[in-house]
Design a binder for this molecule. Sequence first.
Ligand SMILES: [Ca+2]
Ligand SMILES: [Ca+2]
Length: 180
Amino acid sequence: MKVPELRYTIEETAKSGNLGAEIVIQTSEQYNTFEHDVFTYNGVTITPVLIQKNQLQVIVSGDELSGARTVLLTIDPTLFDTDDLQVTFDGQPISIAESLEDAMDPNNDGSNPEYYLVVTGSDITAFVTVPHFSDHTISIQSLSQVVEAVGGITAVIMYIVIIGIVGIVYIIPIWVFKRK
Ligand SMILES: [Ca+2]
Ligand SMILES: [Ca+2]
């Protein structure tokens, strides 16, 4: 999708009252500092909690009287190393909306939050429908980075086990030999 087309859709959603707020995250040239801007459209605020490589976490807040809203997270794609992104809502993975239109309508999914990712040439925009307020945590993470982190720990454990086996193979014969 082209950026002007996407911005037009976003503006229309804002006019309809369904768009709660938007956070825009940009990375600096060194990729290790992140800047953000928050735009509030209809009674919802977004507060960043964690913005770091491969991980983004925000809190969305609204008063209990505000109805369902769609919130937007517009992200510089260099924030993530891979494109296998997982979106969670209060720590739980959520379903993908059927379409962009579905993601723009936060009122047609009962009490289920949903998300939809739109990738343009310059940004990744995550549309997340929030069926009710007050505070909720939305996170986006790169799945393979999570797996790789586990792989790293596993590799360290394997290394320790191998060192241990090598130690046993060499040290026990020396010990047995010395006792003779
Ligand atoms: Ca839906
Ligand atoms: Ca929907």
